[in-house]
Design a protein around this ligand. Structure first.
Ligand SMILES: [Zn+2]
Length: 337
């Protein structure tokens, strides 16, 4: 059974209280940053709704036929909707399958569920088609939409769902949870991990397990060399293309944000990248607000393109960013501005 995380207890208990009063909402929107365990929460909820003998806290028992079918991914009353293989979007045809699924009578449990993730992957036509379902939900159905980018969902969809916002827990709670999973890590390392990912515990765990800290160190080292004109942007781009670009772009965005904070007088200990505050201070002295804001704008736009449904050439995108990074910190450049 997927884990129900400590920071999800509040939402869980309030849903179970609704369930006990037979007032489970027809449509839920699980929103919040990546790494909060929203997908596991949805799976727990579906299992709880399918279970014939739920535990005291409402979670599925894990043994009944409903739980077993759900765990095997073959429960006839529960449907999961993802982008189809090789695609980034959820199509209108897939939403039509939802309509067919909901029109049939429940076969195993009392309620039919549909989980859509990520919900922002729905095309506009798909979202419009889903709207019809949300406007007149068939009896005893629960639709669960999961998203990390709620702003990409049409307002009409958002307004018809009960929203559960999954915010990062307090640092102590997150650190305690992370320490149990990474017993050999030092407290300082856990703190760096959590700060880097905005406090989302599962993302911090993924960072540790995939050794993202080493990748980040390597990438940032290259950025510092580049700022001093000691590295070739095209070569750096080539080296980092084998990994997903999302993380390097995110790292660049946090670095530029931190340099802006330093230029505004913020203390190094409050930075996202507080472990390299001294080196960032050196970069802050090599540039000005105008160049930094232009660079941040470009990174944010490229991140948006990269995460969105727009096809981009990763090599050109990263090269362009690295060249702008070079110009932002190149002392030569400032003679012309
Ligand atoms: Zn069960």
């Amino acid at each position: 059974m997927p884990e129900l995380y400590p920071w999800q207890r509040f939402h869980w208990n309030s849903l179970m209280a609704s369930q006990a009063r037979k007032r489970m909402p027809h449509a839920l929107l699980l929103a919040g940053p990546v790494g909060m365990g929203k997908r596991d929460f949805a799976a727990n909820l579906v299992q709880a709704l399918s279970c014939e003998d739920p535990q005291e806290g409402g979670q599925g028992c894990g043994f009944c036929s409903g739980c077993r079918l759900q765990r095997a991914g073959s429960h006839p009353d529960n449907m999961n909707l993802f982008p189809q293989e090789g695609r980034q979007t959820i199509s209108v045809d897939q939403i039509r399958q939802v309509q067919t699924h909901l029109a049939l009578k429940a076969r195993q449990s009392n309620v039919k569920t549909v989980t859509i993730l990520p919900a922002e992957a729905m095309t506009l036509n798909a979202a419009n088609s889903l709207l019809k379902v949300l406007e007149e939900p068939p009896g005893k159905t629960v639709l669960i939409l999961v998203t990390a980018i709620v702003s990409r969902l049409p307002m009409t969809i958002r307004s018809r769902c009960q929203r559960l916002l999954f915010s990062p827990p307090h640092q102590e709670e997150a650190q305690l949870w992370l320490r149990q999973r990474l017993p050999s890590s030092r407290e300082r390392e856990l703190k760096i991990l959590l700060t880097l990912v905005g406090g989302a515990p599962l993302r911090a765990l993924q960072y540790a397990e995939q050794d993202f800290l080493s990748l980040r160190k390597h990438f940032i080292k290259n950025l510092f060399f580049l700022a001093q004109d000691k590295a070739d942007p095209l070569e750096i781009a080539q080296n980092h293309l084998k990994n997903d670009l999302g993380e390097p772009l995110y790292w660049m965005s946090t670095l530029v944000g931190d340099i802006l904070r330093l230029k505004s007088g913020t203390s190094g200990k409050f930075l996202v990248n507080h472990d390299i505050a001294d080196s960032l201070q050196l970069l802050a002295e090599r540039t000005d607000f105008k160049m930094l804001f232009a660079l941040l704008e470009k990174i944010d736009r490229d991140l948006w393109l990269w995460k969105g449904q727009i096809s981009v050439n990763p090599q050109l995108l990263l090269e362009g960013l690295l060249i702008q990074w070079f110009w932002c910190f190149s002392e030569v450049n400032h003679e012309y501005t």
